[in-house]
Ligand binder design. Structure first.
Ligand code: AMP
Length: 185
């Protein structure tokens, strides 16, 4: 099973990806985590990445796409994967479609985790991440609405989008996802 999780920052994508990864025994691939790892290693590319991340901007497509493609080529992705945080714009979505077509491994389902704005703000306020200052949060939400939200339509038109009510406890949301996936399995 190859899944993409979409949703605003704070929608609970990371949490759900972790839970689904255990359930289906497939890797959870978070481009945010992969990029943070590069930053921690303090490489030249890591320094370029941190300039974007610390401002709440998207990291450039060439960097993100190269990191993602390398990860997708690792052996554990043969049985499937859950993408969390990629794609973030239409260009990345086209890149992913082409890359997976080359690997003959198209995405099966895209889950859009939908939560009210008030929940997003509450959840982000509770996290303790270095790039979670009020200004970067505001900026990330703005970037999301402008360049990431159009992906919902993109995957809806492709006929693989499912909308999930993401308001509730992590357990409740996972249950909804599994029930929804079972309906079309
Ligand atoms: P996340 O952990 O998904 O919230 O991502 C943290 C930060 O990493 C984002 O605010 C972006 O700066 C960067 N990032 C993560 N995924 C991507 C992506 N697919 N494209 C560009 N930047 C990304």
């Amino acid at each position: 099973m190859r899944l993409i999780l979409l949703g605003t920052p704070g929608a609970g994508k990371g949490e759900q990806a972790t839970r689904l990864s255990k359930n289906f025994r497939i890797p959870h691939i978070s481009t945010g985590d992969l990029l943070r790892r590069e930053m921690e290693e303090g490489t030249e590319v890591g320094r370029r990445i941190s300039e974007f991340v610390n401002q709440g901007e998207l990291v450039s497509d060439d960097i993100t796409q190269a990191i993602l493609e390398n990860r997708l080529r690792e052996a554990d992705c043969m049985s499937g994967f859950i993408l969390d945080g990629f794609p973030r714009n239409l260009n990345q979505a086209d890149f992913l479609r082409a890359a997976l077509a080359r690997m003959q491994a198209p995405v099966d389902v895209v889950l859009n985790i939908e939560v009210p704005d008030s929940t997003v703000i509450d959840r982000l306020a509770m996290r303790n991440r270095r790039d979670d200052t009020p200004e970067t949060i505001r900026h990330r939400l703005k970037v999301y609405r402008k360049v990431t939200a159009p992906l919902v339509d993109y995957y809806d038109r492709a006929g693989i989008l499912k909308r999930i009510d993401g308001d509730g406890s992590p357990e409740e949301v996972t249950k909804r996802i599994l029930a929804n996936l079972a309906r079309t399995a």
